[in-house]
Design a protein around this ligand. Sequence first.
Ligand code: 0O2
Length: 220
Amino acid sequence: MLFPPGEFAKIKEHLIIYTCALKNISMRFDILLEDFSNFHIYNPIEHIKTRVKSPESIAEKLHRQNFPITAENARKYLTDIAGMRCICSYAKDIAYIADVLRQQPDITVLSEKDYVTKPKPSGYRSYHLILEVPIYLTDRAECLPVEVQIRTQAMDFWASLEHKVKYKYKNKMPEHISSELVECAEKIADLDNRMYLIQEIVDMAYLHKDATVDRIFNSR
Ligand code: 0O2
């Protein structure tokens, strides 16, 4: 599917504004990274990835949803043209980061999907937020949606493999592969929890040691 010639020029212009929306949200994450690294016990953000949907995949999505392929419809009906993925260390960081974003007063949360506590039948786990962020241009202000997906490294590894497999089988995945993927997703969720427990135990041992050191110093 492709945009008609006149519409293609328009969507290219829109994509520049969506790139600005991604810059806006990326800058917020840069600030959070500074905050976590300097003022918190640990930094839960492993890394951030951003992408703007290509005109071809915007056209394909509009077609799939039975909308005429126009720049205006893309703007009106698609909320994932600008996308960001935030990869966290542990599953429990996901809700925390979502909450930190929710509390930013100039961000509007348009929708949320919790595939972490309620995974998709495929096994897919991730937390999705559609956020509306303000962009200030020379002559106007605009609010644009950005899809933020928050997940652990293990969930991300799984999602990218499953995406590749789905693409390879053109969405007609054999049953034995899809059930293997569901099982892997469950094992990954279990591993995420076990690794978090190890981190908690190490933190507690470290804090306990600190308390012992404090006691020794205070009794002098
Ligand atoms: P891309 O190229 O990654 O952007 P929507 O398709 O957004 O209208 P839906 O399915 O209700 O409708 O949205 P949802 O569930 O929030 O999913 C949006 C995105 O999440 C997808 O974008 C994928 O990136 C990811 N996703 C959702 N389900 C799965 C899954 O089962 N496996 C994998 N690997 N990723 C998933 P797009 O548009 O499909 O593609």
